[in-house]
Ligand binder design. Structure first.
Ligand SMILES: [Zn+2]
Length: 168
């Protein structure tokens, strides 16, 4: 399945639907439509687990279903299909969220000076460190200024990396 060879797709699916959705997606994407019992059988998974994954995929608009009534049993059969074209939106959404999260953290790191206690259990901005008299409220050790330029550099690198791969 070529779509599951794209690490961005695998990443987004694992993050939004869960890592256990990958096999189900791989199998679903092979078929025009398939019912959950056949899916469970093929994957050697519990049908309840498969169903849960299908609902999660449905929540993210990644699958649609058609319902038929089994004339013999009177039960409903659900035929599921994978919405391949929706994957792109999911990948972009996950990426956008990541960019926002890294930017927020980067802003916080550049706008504040950070202080850390000697035992390393607490790291807070200057204002907070001052409010506790530069004594760690958890371990009672002194809090000192801690250079955060390496953290800023790391976050900037992360941001560049995500933006570089955007829209590929
Ligand atoms: Zn501490």
């Amino acid at each position: 399945m070529t779509l599951l060879k794209d690490p961005m797709v695998v990443n987004a699916l694992a993050e939004v639907v869960g890592a256990n959705s990958l096999d189900v997606v791989g199998e679903l994407a092979e078929e025009e439509s398939i019912d959950e019992f056949s899916l469970a059988e093929r994957l050697g998974m519990d049908v309840k687990v498969v169903r849960k994954i299908l609902y999660k995929l449905y929540d993210s608009s990644l699958v649609k279903f058609k319902r038929f009534k089994d004339q013999e049993t009177g039960w409903y059969i659900y035929m599921w299909s994978f919405e391949n074209h929706k994957l792109k939106h999911l990948v972009e959404k996950v990426r956008r969220n990541k960019i926002v999260a890294v930017r927020t953290q980067l802003d916080k790191e550049t706008e504040h000076q950070f202080f850390m206690c000697e035992s390393g259990c607490t790291r807070v901005p200057f204002e907070l460190a001052m409010s506790v008299g530069f004594i760690c409220p958890h371990c009672s050790y002194k809090m000192d200024f801690k250079d955060n330029s390496h953290i800023i550099k790391q976050l900037e690198g992360q941001l560049k990396e995500i933006e570089r791969t955007f829209g590929q």
